[in-house]
Design a binder for this molecule. Structure first.
Ligand code: FNR
Length: 182
């Protein structure tokens, strides 16, 4: 059977290093995996007033996440936490109250940073929000890519050593996403 994965990239930057790692990870998934990126760039900043109205972009992301067997989040760290763009979609998909799409949703997070801590604070904060939302978080492996620019070649491709590492993660993630009977 096929597996549907929703991919969220927490950086809106064109040259995002997180996007490069995300694209490599999904390129390593088998054919039976359908991957759809959730576009978060056009989402208005969440406002609880909108819970009583219909916003097309909100409905689109909620539906995309609802349809996914698992969600893969690849995100930078901005000021020691997740990017505002990522937090926005986390909030949007958590509402209206009792209609959260995160409940029991399988979620994994990967972070990458040029710095020494690999965006770990961002990854831990995603886990914190997902725990509160009763998502089914992939516990391990934990991927926080530090000195991440060193894992990219000049043409933007992922270096061989990091490719091996990310191939294992991709395989573990697909196993996690495909597991029946949560
Ligand atoms: C950063 N950066 C950063 N890095 C980090 O490891 N911890 C941090 O707290 C921050 N804070 C931060 C705030 C803001 C507003 C920006 C723009 C950047 C650096 C960040 O890791 C770097 O820009 C990455 O390249 C961002 O990932 P993308 O956008 O390339 O995927």
């Amino acid at each position: 059977a096929s597996i549907n994965i929703a991919l969220i990239i927490g950086s809106l930057r064109t040259e995002s290093i997180n996007r490069k790692f995300a694209e490599y990870i999904v390129s390593q998934m088998p054919d039976r995996v359908n991957i759809k990126e959730v576009d978060i760039a056009d989402l208005p900043l969440y406002n609880q007033d909108y819970d009583d109205t219909t916003i097309d972009s909100y409905e689109r992301v909620r539906q995309q996440l609802k349809d996914a067997d698992a969600v893969l989040i690849v995100t930078p760290e901005h000021n020691r936490t997740m990017s505002a763009a990522l937090k926005n979609v986390v909030d949007i998909a958590s509402r209206p109250y009792k209609e959260s799409v995160w409940t029991h949703k399988k979620v994994a997070v990967v972070t990458a940073s040029p710095g020494s801590f690999g965006g770990i604070n961002s990854g831990l904060d995603v886990r914190k929000s997902m725990q509160m939302l009763s998502a089914q978080m992939m516990i391990d492996p934990e991927i926080y890519l530090s000195r991440a620019t060193d894992s990219l070649n000049e043409d933007g491709s992922v270096t061989e050593l990091t490719q091996k590492f990310l191939q294992r993660f991709a395989s573990d993630f697909v196993d996690f996403a495909g597991k029946l009977g949560d």
